[in-house]
Write a protein that binds this ligand. Structure first.
Ligand SMILES: Nc1ncnc2c1ncn2[C@@H]1O[C@H](COP(=O)(O)OP(=O)(O)OP(=O)(O)O)[C@@H](O)[C@H]1O
Length: 345
């Protein structure tokens, strides 16, 4: 049985379609990610799956239970960690868990055993007696994840599990998420707008944009669809002539004009910079900056939607707004010399 089955789910808020006819399956034991910018519809989808919102249209099951007609069964079989922290900072880590265990109706014996196990799993055994107010951001996050696991759910939902954490703590948190997925055998569905998180952590990723799934596959398979690196050129003058020349080159896999120049997809981008500069010279165009994007989920998002996730984030406040295709990759216009940067893997 699939952990989650979503069939044509739509959720609207007035005139806003937050989730638009989504269909996908999450297999038992998978670590599954919903990747997209703020406002893409990830939280709305999670809220439908955890029975906090009813779908406007379509159906979904979680652990075989229908999210509309079997809400109690769904809730009993899931754990949820929301974006907003919900811990009592005056209570100790252990007391926070005990409170939650009582809510779930766990008996004293079961409670004690399970709290010990969970604290061990999230690496908080030594600080179990300290007030949560003294915990670091990462420790609080782990405690929340542990709390979501107390009643041994089959599926754990994590909404932006590492938002607001520094890079190192984020990486540590990934290890704990992986550990629970592997050791506790729990299926995990997480939302994120961090490329690296989706890439590093997830077995499969759905790329979500404007309420729709643009692509769904393993990070490796998604990157393989690109078949090259994207070289973003900022160009002054003669962009059309440069595009005509790009069209003639057998080594150019694809190109697309942007507001500031052109994105060129080639094999091993770093080896083609000199050729691109040469081509530009020939047609009287000036390349003022070069950015090389190794294939990662950001470049997959770019090729699918015409914008970077970061651009969408910058445009936030207008979450979910439609942007023009091939929006600028960067605001490097006006640089006088060529700067070459590469995304970290
Ligand atoms: N309760 C609501 N009322 C009205 N509009 C909403 C509501 N909840 C979400 N939306 C809108 O639905 C769209 C999707 O929002 P959603 O929060 O699901 O996106 P998201 O990808 O989870 O982003 P974030 O990470 O910022 O929560 C946005 O346009 C948002 O403004």
């Amino acid at each position: 049985m699939a952990a989650i089955q979503v069939d044509n789910v739509t959720r609207t808020f007035g005139s806003v379609t937050a989730v638009d006819e989504l269909s996908f399956t999450v297999e038992d034991g998978e670590l599954f990610g919903l990747l997209g910018p703020n406002g893409a519809g990830k939280s709305t989808l999670i809220n439908v799956l955890v029975t906090l919102l009813e779908p406007t249209e379509g159906t979904a099951t979680v652990n075989g239970h229908d999210v509309t007609s079997e809400t109690a069964a769904v809730r009993n079989s899931i754990g949820v960690v929301f974006q907003e922290q919900a811990l009592d900072e005056d209570l100790t880590g252990e007391e926070n868990l005990a409170f939650h265990a009582r809510l779930y109706g766990m008996g004293r014996r079961e409670r004690t055993d399970r709290i010990d196990e969970v604290l061990e799993l999230v690496g908080l055994t030594e600080v179990r007696g300290d007030p949560v107010g003294t915990y670091s951001g990462g420790m609080k996050r782990r405690l929340e994840i542990g709390r979501g696991l107390l009643h041994e759910p089959a599926v754990l939902f994590l909404d932006e599990p590492t938002a607001g954490l520094d890079a190192r703590t984020r990486r540590d948190t990934w290890e704990y998420i992986q550990r629970m997925n592997e050791d506790a055998g729990v299926s995990v569905v997480l939302t994120t707008h961090y490329i690296e998180e989706a890439e590093h952590l997830c077995d499969r990723v759905a790329i979500v944009d404007d309420g729709e799934i643009a692509a769904i596959d393993s990070p490796t398979a998604l990157k393989a669809t690109l078949g090259g690196t994207v070289v973003s050129l900022t160009v002054h003058g003669a962009v059309s002539a440069l595009c005509d020349r790009l069209e003639e080159q057998s080594w150019v896999l694809e190109y697309a004009r942007t507001d500031v120049g052109v994105n060129v997809t080639v094999e091993r981008g770093e080896t083609r910079v000199a050729d691109l500069v040469h081509l530009a010279d020939n047609v009287g165009a000036a390349i003022t900056s070069v950015d090389i994007h190794r294939p990662n989920l950001e470049t997959v998002f770019l090729s699918l939607t015409g914008a970077m996730i970061e651009d969408r984030e910058d445009a936030d406040g207008s979450a979910g707004e439609h942007r023009t295709q091939n929006a600028p990759l960067d605001t490097v216009d006006g640089r006088s010399e060529i700067a070459t940067t590469e995304d970290d893997e």
